[in-house]
Write a new protein. Structure first.
Ligand code: PGA
Length: 253
């Protein structure tokens, strides 16, 4: 059985003070209201990680980072390595969020290197993939997503792939209020699970979590999260408000 995962990606939002406030509200709400085994992850800006890590001590809530550099260390001013993230207590790292693919021109080949850095430090990558509206309208969404997964992940061994979490995030649904329908999501998640099965075998494929992200809110979470192959959510906007985030968590817990 795959443990459900709900991750909140804060993106470039919240001052340190507001970030600490939100993290501590979530920590206490989770301890009061959530008893089932769900992996809950907060993904704040880099500057907040160490402080939030201290604040989360003793909580089941885990910490993730929004990105890392593809090299191990060195003269890369302004960048953060997977090793540094590990040293502040991060467990998960987002790799290939569409906002980075688009605004930072991150390619699948570059993302494959980031995946390697994350894994070699014993951290878990959350690998994001998804098609744009134009790609979907042209009927290319399956092909595009398959390519993102093949080029980003299929160099991994059977052992390594089991430490990867995938997140399907159709670009047209992120921050737009336009959610993919549960049927569209389930079809894509099933397709990806089949591709993982062809490459790594059914048992491994069935053990890998595939999250959905893109305008998931308390009012649509239940429909999405009850699909067979949707194992959790990567939440942007609704993760900035503790009650909304908790309501999404409680949909599966
Ligand atoms: P959204 O963002 O929930 O605001 O659409 C999701 C994401 O980008 O991870």
């Amino acid at each position: 059985m795959r443990k459900p995962i709900i991750a909140g990606n804060w993106k470039m939002n919240l001052s340190l003070e507001h970030g600490f406030g939100l993290a501590s509200e979530i920590k206490w709400m989770v301890s009061d209201e959530v008893s089932s085994p769900i992996e809950i992850i907060l993904i704040p800006p880099f500057t907040h990680l160490a402080g939030i890590q201290s604040l989360l001590k003793g909580s089941v809530v885990k910490l993730g980072a929004q990105n890392c550099h593809h090299e191990k260390s060195g003269a890369y001013t302004g960048e953060i390595s997977a090793e540094i993230l590990k040293s502040v207590g991060v467990t998960y790292v987002l790799v290939g969020h569409s906002e980075r693919r688009i605004y930072q021109n991150e390619s699948n080949a570059l993302l494959a290197k980031k995946i390697d850095r994350v894994l070699e430090n014993g951290l878990k990558p959350i690998y994001c993939f998804g098609e744009t509206l134009e790609q979907r309208e042209a009927g290319n969404e399956f092909e595009i997503n398959l390519m993102q997964i093949q080029e980003g992940l299929f160099h991994l061994t059977n052992l390594q792939i089991q430490n990867v979490i995938l997140a399907y995030e159709p670009v047209w649904a992120i921050g737009t209020g336009q959610t993919a329908t549960a049927q569209q999501c389930q079809a894509m998640h099933k397709f990806v699970r089949n591709a993982l099965s062809d490459k790594y075998g059914e048992e491994i494929s069935n053990s890998i979590s595939i999250l959905y992200g893109g305008s998931m809110k308390p009012n649509n979470a239940n429909e999405l999260l009850s699909c067979e192959d949707i194992d959790g959510g990567l939440i942007g906007g609704a993760s900035l408000e503790s009650r909304a985030f908790l309501e999404i968590i409680k949909t599966i817990g």
